[in-house]
Design a protein around this ligand. Structure first.
Ligand code: 6PG
Length: 479
């Protein structure tokens, strides 16, 4: 009996499309789905001429696999993954490889990797991005976990991944939860990019008074330059889509954003690691505020509406400003995302390959963009800049985008239109490039009410001082 190269558990949209992609590349598969009818339909629709066997149960699936067994689990993150692992475990042998390709929390992956390692099973947590089409024709893949698995699975996954100049968007990221961690950051950045674009659309429509075709024209033009990216492209398409009555479809879509959790995890992780991930966190908060639709409707009636739009002759200059604001704020978002990954790498003992991460997001995934090529270049400099904002190329870009960025934020503020991502990015930028900030006041206040002590700019940072603010005003060095 011919043995399959890989087993695929779960034939939802992502599992089915990854299976077809693997099959196209010549790998023999065995597939299993909990609801058997889904597997039967999959084979009926796609099985002809393909080396894909259907298993009725997990025992059957495992018996069809060569050694070591390689099983890709594509079920919903959380309890479903846990359940499949529990069922598979008694059927597996030391050296077998189990891959979770869902959007699992990296801490779960880390725990599973440890628990399975104790039984000799190589567990891999692999981020998969690109949605349905990506999975089918070339996703971005972010594997991490048991390093011993990588030489066995590398060729299969690099064969199906998207490519940039022949380089696969699939590289090993490190042990434990490293792969799912990088996917979580990808999703956080995805939230940020989406929020920025949404804010720009809102300003175009409500502060500049543009119609949807003009907005779409702008996004198409921008896609020919530094902002070239998948999300800009799909936004242009979305803006052109008409509803049944010929009106723009987006105007009939309820303004309440959903979310499945990866953005929240990213923001929580940033707080845990003391990294100022302001833009992504704002994007998560903006989705939460959007969800309070009825409360917002009531507030709109009570608290007033947006003032008139910008006069026509001034619009072109504001459009350029919005372009520059989007570009600069996006750079802040990626800077913060990479800062967080750097902190997490240190904390978890991962040697995350930052340049490769930029490359493996360059194609296949939702945040794919031209800009990621420039980020990769930054990580190849010697020495690597302290942050992307300190990269000579990006610093020059920011200097030229800065005036437009400020103009765009002022447009939002002046028109009473919320632009939390554009605005918080600018606040971060101004805070980051400020050699002498305002935290001296905070330190003085802390010392005033709580004797928390402060350091002085003219002394060594190891020496701390307390002032008797309400007494004789004397300052004392603390032991
Ligand atoms: C991807 C996406 C995908 C994610 C959706 C929905 O990389 O293909 O990140 O994994 O599930 O974008 O996410 P939210 O429902 O949280 O917006």
């Amino acid at each position: 009996m011919i043995q399959s190269d890989m087993g695929v558990v779960g034939l939802g949209v992502m599992g089915a499309n990854l299976a077809l992609n693997l099959s196209d590349k010549g790998f023999r598969l065995s597939v299993y789905n909990r609801t058997g009818a889904v597997a039967s339909e999959f084979i009926r629709a796609h099985g002809q001429g393909r080396a894909i066997a259907v298993a009725d149960d997990l025992e059957g699936l495992v018996s069809q696999l060569g050694s070591p067994r390689v099983i890709l689990v594509m079920v919903t993150a959380g309890r479903a993954v846990e359940g499949v692992i529990e069922q598979l475990l008694p059927l597996l042998e030391a050296g077998d490889i189990l891959i979770d390709g869902g959007n699992s929390n990296y801490q779960d992956t880390d725990r599973r990797w440890r628990a399975l390692a104790a039984k000799g099973i190589h567990f891999v947590g692999m981020g998969v991005s690109g949605g349905e089409d990506g999975a089918r024709f070339g996703p971005s893949l972010m594997p991490g976990g048991a390093a011993a698995a990588w030489p066995v699975i590398r060729d299969m996954f690099q064969a199906i991944a998207a490519k940039v100049d022949g380089m696969p968007c699939c590289q090993w990221l490190g042990e434990g939860g490293a792969g799912h961690y990088v996917k979580m950051i990808h999703n956080g950045i995805e939230y940020g990019d989406m929020q920025l674009i949404a804010e720009v659309c809102h300003l175009m429509q409500h502060a500049l008074g543009l119609d949807h075709d003009t907005m779409a024209d702008c996004f198409e033009a921008w896609n020919g330059g530094r902002l070239e990216s998948y999300l800009i492209q799909i936004t242009a398409r979305i803006l052109r889509q008409r509803d049944r009555d010929g009106s723009p479809l987006v105007d009939s879509i309820l303004d309440k954003a959903g979310q499945k959790g990866t953005g929240v995890w990213t923001a929580q992780d940033a707080l845990d690691n003391a990294v100022p991930l302001t833009l992504i966190s704002e994007a998560v908060h903006a989705r939460m505020l959007s969800a309070r639709k009825s409360e917002r409707v009531a507030a709109a009636a009570l608290l007033g509406s947006v003032p008139a739009v910008v006069p026509e002759p001034d619009r072109a200059v504001y459009l350029d400003a919005l372009h520059d604001a989007l570009y600069a704020a996006k750079l802040v978002s990626y800077t913060q995302g990479f800062m967080l990954m750097q902190a997490a790498a240190g904390k978890n003992g991962w040697a995350l390959p930052f340049g490769d991460i930029a490359l493996l997001w360059r194609a296949g995934c939702i945040i794919r963009s031209r800009f990621l090529g420039d980020i990769k270049n930054s990580f190849e400099r010697q020495p690597v800049p302290l942050s992307l904002l300190q990269d000579p190329f990006f610093a020059a870009e920011l200097r030229s985008a800065q005036a437009g960025w400020r103009k765009a934020v002022m447009l939002a503020v002046g028109h009473g239109i919320a632009a939390p991502a554009l605005g918080s990015a600018l606040a971060f930028y101004d805070g980051y490039r400020c050699a002498r900030g305002s935290a001296n006041i905070i330190q003085a206040q802390r010392d005033f009410f709580g004797a928390h002590a402060y350091q002085r700019i003219d002394r060594d940072e190891t020496t701390r001082f307390h002032t008797r603010w309400m007494g004789d005003g004397v300052e004392e060095p603390l032991p």
